[in-house]
Design a protein around this ligand. Sequence first.
Ligand code: GLP
Length: 258
Amino acid sequence: MEKPDAQSFSYSLSLDKNGFIPLYYQIQQALIEKIQAGELAVGDCLPSEFELARSYQVSRMTARQALHNLKSRGYALSQKGRGTYVTRPKLEKNIMHLRGFTEDMKRRGMMPSSRLLAQTVLLAKGVLTEQLRVEEGSAVLQLRRLRIADGTPMALEESHIPLKHYPGLERTDFSSESLYKVLRDKYGVRAAWADEVLEASPATREESELLSIPKNAIMLSISRVIMTTAEIPIEVACSRYCGHRYRASIRVPTTTIE
Ligand code: GLP
């Protein structure tokens, strides 16, 4: 991938150096405008800290801050040996919605797909029996899927579903089918509520390879137990989203300020 020449950015040397808007913010916005206008596409390299500082006649610290903000807002990512390059803006994941991945991506106008990493029937034991409220040794479907949207790997998901309630589910081809669609259409299941735990942690080596992200990149982990209206556990799942592709959002219900 061609690295843009610092000179190619010189036409945008129009910082307001006497105004109230911080210089780093003006640079950051200029770059975001270029990304939004398609002048800088996903995968394109951004100018280095040094090149930015030279083009805009600012200190390297100012340039660093602009690049840092672009990264934390999900517009860019730095990788050793590759520099800083443009990524897709983060998808906002409303954690109050119990929407499946397929449905969620379709609503965003993206094309969902999966790479099936494992589809196994195992016998429940330990904490899984408590979470799924099944007896020790009860058959459980384990699914591990790499979830992809518009060809970009977005998340790794591991699900456990009690087969006692959904016999035959293990024969579904989950490389192409949506779990929630099958549960809804074939078994008449509807999710009512879920207990979720959110956590940030670094990507493992396997995750960084499968998701094409740097080793130790920050991941947003969402572990959930999802229940029916009859209080029967449907699924125990752990979804590991790329931190630079997702951010979590929530609407806090009416409450009093304490
Ligand atoms: C979300 C949930 C997972 C669930 C998946 C089902 O991503 N976090 O727990 O397994 O949706 O998605 P689909 O219906 O596409 O199989």
